[in-house]
Design a protein around this ligand. Structure first.
Ligand SMILES: Cc1cc2nc3c(=O)[nH]c(=O)nc-3n(C[C@H](O)[C@H](O)[C@H](O)COP(=O)(O)OP(=O)(O)OC[C@H]3O[C@@H](n4cnc5c(N)ncnc54)[C@H](O)[C@@H]3O)c2cc1C
Length: 379
């Protein structure tokens, strides 16, 4: 055993939060030989990490550090996908579909950018789109294939990763809410102390509670999204899908052609909606999303937004979607890049006490970037 290995084997890390950020930190810590104890306040994590599309989304990322972080994460997901089949990792790619000439022109602009090759972009006419994804029998002017995009199964990822970590120097403690944090220990709501050398706090969108006093600077905000899932569709949808509304939100498309886009449909504009559609391993379709920024958030879901998203999905598929079986809303934590302290950071990481590191705020790219964010924490 080397000296470094001996030190690592004596290092104990406590992770607060059982979402994908906490769990990827557990994976990264175990890779370095550290002992890990992970606490989650719920009986099973039920926040953004299980409510998302499972999109490992490279296509929409801003050129530069954001794209590099997503591409590194994509590599790590693929490696993990080989080791842990339960993640359901599929290098399926995506198609972003243009409804008309202005959206098509913007896709063309994106496909001509110097980083198009890194993203695996290729502009396709409608016939070529249907060759890649024969289920698309509806109306569209063309599409942008992104070969780098991938899919995982969000309802399976966390238990699959914990199963992979096993019980060798990894302890999963669900149903334990951390109520106190000190440099070398945390205390949970039962009063039990968990001593360690390093605390990593990944509280997700819980901006109050134990992490609240460290997050009072005002550069984090919360965003609420509406989602739905259908019964299985027998036909395979070979890629993830996005409609032209996504060009209005993703920073990769913040190009001159964006100014030429017509206004969104009224219902989409009100809900700040874009269509994203992913077929689950069992054939069901996960469909979303909307964006609500002002708190207090609605406690109920808005059917107008669902009507719009259903109509968009059916227009692209050229067929009715199966019955919707589930609807839900989810909230993520996002670093507000226009805030006073954020600068160019892609997420929030701070050493809030000696040996206590708080990581949150990856926004709508948190599932994608989580393995690379965890890697950066330990670098
Ligand atoms: C509807 C929706 C769709 C999305 N789609 C995508 C997508 O397709 N691709 C993508 O890249 N990103 C997507 N995102 C974003 C992504 O899901 C999030 O950025 C990511 O899951 C955040 O992970 P997290 O671990 O920080 O947070 P969370 O998943 O919220 O986990 C935080 C955990 O910490 C626990 N916790 C909090 N406080 C304590 C405490 N005191 N003690 C113990 N436990 C505590 C919570 O119970 C929770 O389980 C989506 C988000 C939403 C809401």
């Amino acid at each position: 055993m080397t000296i470094l290995e001996a030190v690592a084997s004596r290092t104990r890390v406590v992770i607060v939060g059982g979402g994908v950020l906490g769990t990827m930190h557990a994976v990264a810590a175990r890779r370095r030989g550290f002992e890990v104890v992970q606490l989650e306040r719920e009986a099973e994590a039920r926040g953004a990490s299980v409510r998302n599309f499972g999109l490992i989304w490279v296509s929409g990322r801003k050129a530069g550090p954001e794209l590099s972080l997503a591409l590194r994460a994509r590599e790590l997901w693929e490696e993990l996908g080989t080791e842990v089949p339960g993640l359901g990792f599929r290098a399926a790619g995506s198609l972003t579909l243009a409804a008309g000439d202005a959206e098509l022109a913007l896709l063309k602009e994106a496909s001509a950018r110097p980083d198009a090759e890194r993203r695996g972009f290729e502009l396709l006419d409608p016939a070529a789109v249907r060759e890649v994804n024969p289920a698309l029998r509806g109306e569209f002017a063309g599409g942008l294939l992104c070969r780098a995009d991938a899919i995982v199964e969000p309802r399976q990822v966390l238990p699959a990763l914990r199963g992979h970590l096993g019980r060798d120097r990894y302890t999963w403690l669900p149903g334990r809410e951390v109520t106190e944090i000190t440099p070398n220990a945390v205390r949970d709501h039962t009063g039990a102390w968990h001593r360690c050398d390093l605390v990593i706090v990944c509280p997700g969108a819980a901006h109050t509670g134990v992490a609240g006093r460290y997050l009072a600077r005002g550069d984090l905000r919360r965003v609420r999204l509406q989602m739905m899932q259908t019964a299985p569709l027998a036909e395979r949808i070979t890629t993830a899908l996005a409609d032209g509304d996504s060009l209005r939100y993703y920073p990769a498309y913040d190009l001159p052609g964006r100014a030429q886009l017509p206004p969104q449909a009224a219902a989409a504009g009100r809900a700040r909606a874009q269509l994203l559609l992913v077929q689950r391993a069992d054939g069901g379709l996960t469909i979303g999303d909307t964006h609500e920024y002002a708190e207090p958030f609605a406690f109920d879901v808005d059917e107008d937004a669902y009507d719009h998203l259903r109509a968009r999905a059916e227009a692209l598929l050229g067929a009715p979607i199966p019955r919707v079986q589930r609807r839900w809303a989810g909230v993520y934590s996002e670093l507000d890049a226009s805030g006073p302290v954020a600068g160019h950071a892609l997420y929030h990481r701070a050493e809030v006490e000696p040996g206590v590191v708080l990581v949150t705020g990856p926004g709508g790219r948190g599932m994608t970037c989580s393995p690379a964010i965890a890697e950066e924490t330990f670098q």
